[in-house]
Ligand binder design. Structure first.
Ligand code: NAD
Length: 294
C-alpha cells in the first residue's frame, strides 16, 4: 500500500504561517497576544516542554512570561500567582505545566484559571463547551492538532468508525467529542485499559487513534488494512546507539503498521509538533476574544 506519512512538522508550520498573519492584524489594531507558562518544580521533561512553548511564542511575536517556581511552592502561592495572571491584561492565556509536584492539587489549579484564559482547555467551563459544541470554548491542544491533521490531509471522517484507545481528559475524551461532533460526524468508540479484545475492536476502525503511553502496543493485528492511524503516544525507550541513551517512540509499532494503513503519523514528527501550534492558536483566539476582535 502507498502509505501517506502525515507530516506534523509541515502542517504545524502552515498553522503558524496563518497565525503570523492573524498576530500582525492584532498588532496593527494595538493588541499583542500574551501567554504565561507556569512550571512548578524541576521535572526535566516539563522544562523542555515549557521552553519549547516559550520559544514558539518568541518565533511568532507572542508576548510570553515564564514562571519557574521552586518545588516547595505552596498551593496558596501558586493560586495567588494565577489570580495575578487572571487580572493581568497583557496575558490572554495561562498554562500550568503538568504534572505539578504531588502536594499541589491540580484540579484546584485548573479551576482557578479564568476559563477565558484557559488555553489548555482543561477548565470545566471549556470541557462543557466542547461537549455542547460551543465554539467560544477552548479545546485541548493535542486532540485539536489531530483534527487539524485529518483536515489538512483531506481525510474523510463522516460516517467512519473511529476507535480511540485512551480515555484521558487531555487526549482520549476530547478527541472522542471532536470526532463525534457535527463537524466530523464520525461514529466513535472509546477503548481503555479494561476493554476486552482490544485488537479485534481496533480492527473495526477506519480511523484509529492511539493515546495510551505504551510503546508499540498497536501492532499490525490491531489495524484494518487501509485504516488511518494517528499515534499520540510519546514514550522513551532505551537505545544505547543514541547519544542520549534513549529514543522517542509512539504507541504504534510503526514498522509493522505503516505498510498496511492508508495514512499514519510518525513519532516523532506527527502529532507532537501540532500540540504547540494549537496552543499558539488558542492564545491568539483568547486575545481576539479579550480584545473583541473578530
Ligand atoms: P493517560 O495515562 O492519562 O491515559 C492513558 C489511557 O490509556 C488511559 O485512559 C488508560 O485507560 C488507557 N490504557 C492504558 N493501558 C492500556 C491498555 N493496555 N490498553 C488499552 N488502553 C490502555 O495518558 P495521556 O495523558 O492521555 O497520554 C497518552 C499518551 O499520549 C502518552 O504517551 C503521552 O505522553 C502522550 N501525549 C502526547 C501528546 C502530544 O503532544 N503528542 C500530548 C499529550 C499526551
Amino acid at each position: 500500500m502507498n502509505t501517506i506519512i502525515i507530516d506534523g512538522k509541515r502542517t504545524a508550520e502552515r498553522v503558524r504561517d496563518k497565525l503570523r498573519t492573524a498576530i500582525e492584524q492584532l498588532k496593527q489594531a494595538g493588541h499583542i497576544p500574551g501567554l504565561a507558562v507556569v512550571l512548578v518544580g524541576e521535572n526535566p521533561a516539563s522544562q523542555v516542554y515549557v521552553n519549547s512553548k516559550v520559544k514558539a511564542c518568541e518565533e511568532l511575536g507572542i508576548y510570553s512570561q515564564k514562571w519557574s517556581l521552586p518545588t516547595e511552592t505552596s498551593q496558596k502561592e501558586l493560586l495567588e500567582l494565577i489570580d495575578r495572571l487572571n487580572h493581568d491584561d497583557r496575558i490572554h492565556g495561562i498554562l500550568v505545566q503538568s504534572p505539578p509536584p504531588p502536594h499541589i492539587d491540580e484540579a484546584a489549579v485548573v479551576l482557578r484559571i479564568d476559563p477565558r484564559k484557559d488555553v489548555d482547555g482543561f477548565h470545566p467551563v471549556n470541557v462543557a463547551k466542547l461537549v455542547m459544541e460551543d465554539p467560544s470554548g477552548f479545546v485541548p491542544c493535542t486532540p485539536m492538532g489531530c483534527m487539524e491533521l485529518l483536515k489538512e490531509y483531506g481525510i474523510e471522517t463522516q460516517g467512519k468508525h473511529a476507535v480511540i484507545i485512551g480515555r484521558s481528559m487531555i487526549v482520549g475524551k476530547p478527541m472522542a467529542h471532536l470526532l463525534m461532533g457535527k463537524h466530523a460526524n464520525a461514529t466513535v468508540t472509546v477503548a481503555h485499559s479494561r476493554t476486552t479484545d482490544l485488537a479485534g475492536l481496533c480492527r473495526t476502525a477506519d480511523i484509529l487513534v492511539a493515546a495510551v503511553g505504551r510503546p508499540g502496543l498497536v501492532t499490525a493485528q490491531y489495524v484494518k488494512p487501509g485504516a488511518v492511524v494517528l499515534d499520540v503516544g510519546i514514550n522513551r525507550v532505551e537505545d544505547s546507539t543514541r547519544p542520549r541513551g534513549y529514543r522517542i517512540v509512539g504507541d504504534v509499532d510503526y514498522a509493522e503498521v505503516a505498510p498496511i494503513c492508508r495514512a499514519i503519523t510518525p513519532v516523532p514528527g506527527g502529532v507532537g509538533p501540532m500540540t504547540i501550534a494549537m496552543l499558539m492558536a488558542n492564545t491568539v483566539k483568547a486575545c481576539r476574544a479579550a480584545c473583541g476582535v473578530g
